[in-house]
Design a protein around this ligand. Structure first.
Ligand code: F6P
Length: 547
């Protein structure tokens, strides 16, 4: 398949798109109350399940016809062929001429995926084995620091995909972690991040994982250099200490070596793993040290189970496809600007932040693979907070504001920390919020409660706010893998229909280039010639005068 195929119709000229436009005229304002009244079995019918992940999407503003047309749009957009192209290792990241094979990171040893004439699976498993043996040595105390003490603190230094996955997974799977080890994550170039992360740590018990695909990222290299200085000054300045207290996770062996890290202590990955798709590569080393190799393998098996489902299930029953199509339905037809992700699980507190990079760096694109302007809105803004906390801050706007904000609720049947009635209360709130959003409370209902007439409008809930509910048994490593892969493939589904490159991120470049130029101007010992716009120039001068 040639993704530049000029015979493929632009999105807004595909028959299913046009059919969806006219279908939207008839259903766009229809209330969920009516949809449920017309179809009492809706709550059972609009559901899908795979390997213990259950999706109830009945509280969405869709009918069977909507789904039929959305699936037709996916077919017309070549989604099936695009999925195969990804799994096969085709170079579908067109603008960087790369394969996109995060699915290979969790494929079993028996699989064979060839990139540039080489089967990548043996290399994946070799790195996993090397990670496992290293993780076991840290966890058991066998690996000793420069002064002979075991490692008690692990600090991951990385940013973007080299931070958000590791920190999210550490928080999500803390229940399974080895509690005598302390984990910290340093990402920001703001020195406060590093200073606060290490202030109570002792260098002789601290291991740094420098995680950077490129090993050139300004923030990470600046923090890594500060870490080396901190470590060496606490260990008497002996350069050989670096070997015991630093390991690298990167695709760039040359730069790792020139930083002073022995490439024996380097865990590699490959250019076909995108940063935001890398938490199950060696970038997950902190996760593996925290939860152990067995649990890490369970995490990978969860990812893989969702990969198989995405690749093989019919679109009507395919969770990532359904989630992706619903996102596109609201983004492109209802003009929804954002999607809220609301995990009712405290351990998933960083999941929305993780999804922000996954979804927005992937689908924040304005041109198609052929370089033409897209003809529809692309990636919506993803955001969220764990419930029930969010209910006491921003839910007001979702319930009664003027914007349509589709929500994904995530809940579990069992708590990892059963405590009295807590979990039933938590889950009661999931079901209540989704019900309130969908059905609201009419003026008649408000009046019937004896509310004075002037107050009635304030107490009315229009309802008709859509949501998905994702349920699983408990937050295990495998379930986390399934959830992450679910969103990865939902992103892919949307990108396939928009016909954009989900795997590049050129939008981050300009700011990086300008920051390098401005940094020199901020640090110049003599007054530099500054030729930015008048705003930027005055800001630089003001900062120079006051710093
Ligand atoms: O901000 C752009 C980006 O390239 C992300 O895509 C990536 O996850 C992050 O920077 C970190 O990159 P690296 O792992 O190469 O340091």
């Amino acid at each position: 398949m040639d993704p530049k195929d000029s015979t493929r119709l632009p999105l807004n000229q595909r028959p299913a798109w046009k059919a969806l436009q006219s279908h939207f005229q008839s259903i766009g304002t229809k209330h969920l109350r009516d949809l449920f009244a017309e179809d009492p079995a809706r709550g059972q019918r609009f559901t899908a399940e795979t390997d213990g992940i259950f999706l109830d999407y009945s509280k969405n503003r869709v009918t069977s016809e909507t789904l039929r047309l959305l699936v037709a749009l996916a077919e017309e957009s070549g989604l099936r062929a695009k999925i195969e192209a990804m799994f096969r290792g085709d170079k579908i990241n067109l603008t960087e001429n790369r394969a996109v094979l995060h699915v290979a990171l969790r494929a079993p040893k028996s699989e064979r995926i060839v990139v540039d004439g080489e089967d990548v699976i043996p290399g994946v498993h070799a790195v996993l084995d090397k990670m496992a043996s290293f993780a076991n040595r840290i966890r058991s105390g066998e690996w000793k620091g420069h002064t002979g003490k075991p490692i008690r603190n692990v600090v991951n230094i990385g940013i973007g995909g080299s931070d958000l996955g590791p920190v999210m997974a550490y928080e999500a799977l803390k229940h399974y972690s080895q509690r005598n080890l302390t984990f910290r994550f340093v990402s920001n170039v703001d020195g406060t991040d590093f200073a606060e992360a290490v202030r109570d740590l002792s260098p002789d018990e601290t291991l740094f994982l420098v995680a950077s695909k490129t090993f050139t990222t300004q923030e990470t290299m600046t923090n890594a250099n500060s870490a080396r200085a901190w470590s060496l000054s606490g260990l008497g300045g002996d350069q050989s200490a670096v070997a015991k207290h630093f390991v690298a996770i990167s695709t760039n062996a040359k730069l790792v070596a020139s930083f002073g890290i022995d490439t024996e202590n380097m865990f590699g990955f490959w250019d076909w793993v995108g940063g935001r798709y890398s938490m199950d590569s060696a970038i997950g080393l902190s996760t593996m040290i925290a939860i152990g190799p067995e649990n890490f393998r369970d995490l990978l098996s969860g990812f893989h189970a969702m990969d198989v489902h995405f690749r093989t299930a019919p679109f009507e029953k395919n969770l990532p496809v359904l989630l992706g199509l619903l996102t596109l339905w609201y983004t492109d037809f209802f003009d929804a600007q954002t999607i809220a992700v609301l995990p009712y699980e405290q351990y998933l507190k960083r999941f929305p932040a993780y999804l922000q990079q996954l979804t927005m760096e992937s689908n924040g694109k304005h041109v198609t693979l052929a370089g033409k302007p897209v003809t529809a809105q692309t990636g919506p803004v993803f955001w969220g907070e764990p419930g029930t906390n969010g209910q006491h801050s921003f839910y007001q706007l979702i319930h009664q504001g003027t914007r349509l904000i589709p929500c994904d609720f995530i809940g579990f049947s069992k708590s990892l920390n059963p405590l009295g009635r807590h979990h039933d209360m938590l889950m009661a709130n999931v079901f209540a919020q989704a019900e309130a959003l969908a059905f609201g409370k009419s003026a008649e209902q408000v009046r019937a409660e004896g509310t004075p007439e002037w107050l009635v409008p304030h107490r009315v809930f229009e309802g008709n706010r859509p949501s998905n509910i994702l349920l699983a048994d408990a937050l295990t490593p495998a379930v986390l893998g399934q959830l992450v892969a679910l969103y990865e493939h939902s992103v892919f589904t949307q990108g396939a229909i928009w016909n954009i490159d989900c795997f590049d991120q050129w939008g981050v470049e300009l700011g990086k280039v300008l920051a390098t130029k401005i940094l020199a101007e901020l640090e110049s010992p003599t007054e530099p010639a500054i030729s930015h716009d008048s705003s930027t120039t005055s800001l630089i001068r003001r900062y120079r005068a006051s710093k």
